[in-house]
Design a protein around this ligand. Structure first.
Ligand SMILES: [Zn+2]
Length: 65
């Protein structure tokens, strides 16, 4: 059984500081914004979830990139 919610550590695409994003794998692919705790920039997060609820990929991007 995969974890339903996974904490993923990613570098902020703006300042490079590590930030933890909660990826909820129960609802399929996700797209949301998370503010970096260090530089307060809006980081665009894309979560790709497989059919079994596995976390396939988590991508952090700058806004409008
Ligand atoms: Zn940052």
């Amino acid at each position: 059984m995969p974890a339903l919610v996974e904490d993923v550590l990613i570098p902020c695409p703006y300042c490079g500081s590590p930030m933890i994003v909660e990826a909820d794998c129960t609802g399929g692919d996700q797209h949301f914004y998370e503010d970096c705790q260090t530089c307060c920039s809006p980081v665009e997060i894309r979560v790709l979830v497989g059919e079994n609820g596995d976390l396939l990929d988590l991508v952090a991007m700058r806004e409008n990139e």
